[in-house]
Design a protein around this ligand. Structure first.
Ligand code: TRP
Length: 335
């Protein structure tokens, strides 16, 4: 019997290289060995985008296309939309009794995110909503509704998995053995740096290359990428480890990357030439993904069918879990 994995992605923007190398590329491999559920977490996206439903709505589709384009295969995996499975929201309510406010505020992921919000909005946290502080509870429902055993996530999400495990243990203690305790599945991928040299490539940082960026956009972005600032003239020797252009040559495994590195160090390679080469290689690297993506962009009815079928399949599992949960809590009236 294959083990079940469940993971999710917030539909707040298309998939970029950071998310691809940091997570989703790995999902494609996992689907061969596991019973796989990939959730498009629109309800979670709304926790901090409740005032921008159009953004979430549009990106559900974009994320679905991105996932299919990179090779998530709907024959092997289940891709579904979170809001279409109200059982998740229902579970969240019952789990919310098992988590204290103090524990949620102590959750390192929530703590960091609240600190970031305070920094952006400059208030003392008054604008932090109940829904936002509670999203780890909802994420615990995401995982357990589908009896997820392994949860592929990045390191930043570990506290959320721990929170889920605590909820499961408490539930089972009080109501009897019902739920499965999941484990995090940490992939060995690294965090991908942004075009500006920032340690993280991120949507909100404006330093990302998206998988379906067109040639013009890729060109513009790479031409603006940060290089070794000590290099002034074209034939100055430079340090490739301080250059984002070399960093991406290395990331996408440009054929002659050793040569590039050497020429950069020697000062026999200008940055413009190097960038042009990266643009060519990047376009080539993204081509198979973009070709697949284009097919789905042109066949929205195929995407709809995949999402509908996946959601239907996921709902069956969530319904079963809900039944057991209600029985355990003794609210299975007239069943
Ligand atoms: N919180 C995750 C993120 O921001 C997305 C997510 C939603 C998720 N539901 C999940 C991850 C369930 C793992 C399991 O990336």
């Amino acid at each position: 019997m294959k083990k079940t994995i469940l993971t999710g992605i917030r539909p707040t923007g298309r998939i970029h290289l950071g998310h691809y190398f940091g997570a989703t590329k790995n999902w494609v491999k996992l689907q061969d060995d596991y019973n796989s559920f990939f959730e498009i977490a629109d309800v979670q996206a709304l926790t901090d985008n409740f005032d921008n439903p159009t953004k979430v709505r549009e990106n559900v589709r974009e994320i679905a296309i991105d996932l299919l384009a990179i090779g998530i295969n709907p024959e092997k995996s289940t891709i579904f939309i979170q809001s279409m499975i109200p059982e998740i929201a229902e579970l969240t309510i019952y789990y919310s009794n098992l988590v204290t406010m103090a524990r949620l505020y102590r959750n390192p992921t929530i703590k960091t995110e609240i600190a970031q919000k305070k920094a952006i909005f400059g208030n003392d946290g008054e604008s932090v909503t109940y829904g936002f502080v509670g999203y780890p509870v909802s994420q615990a429902a995401d995982i357990t509704a589908f009896r997820g055993e392994l949860v592929p996530v990045g390191e930043d999400q570990l506290p959320l998995i721990e929170q889920c495990r605590e909820i499961v243990r408490k539930f089972n203690n009080i109501y009897g053995e019902t739920l499965k305790e999941p484990e995090a599945y940490l992939s060995k991928t690294t965090r991908i740096k942004g075009l500006d040299g920032n340690e993280k490539m991120g949507k909100s940082l404006g330093n990302a290359i998206y998988l379906r960026d067109n040639e013009e956009t890729i060109t513009k972005k790479i031409m603006g990428a940060v290089t070794d600032t000590n290099k002034i003239k074209k034939d100055d020797p430079a340090d490739p480890t301080k250059c984002m252009v070399y960093y991406y040559h290395d990331l996408i495994n440009s054929e002659n990357k050793e040569q590039i590195c050497k020429e950069c160090q020697e000062g026999s390679r200008g940055c413009v030439t190097c960038k042009k080469e990266l643009i060519k290689n990047m376009i080539e690297f993204l081509k198979p993904i973009q070709e697949k993506g284009k097919y789905y962009e042109e066949h929205p009815e195929v995407v709809d069918e995949i999402l509908l079928n996946g959601t239907k399949k996921a709902k069956e599992v969530a319904k079963e879990t809900m039944k057991e949960v209600k029985k355990a809590i003794k609210i299975d009236y007239y069943d």
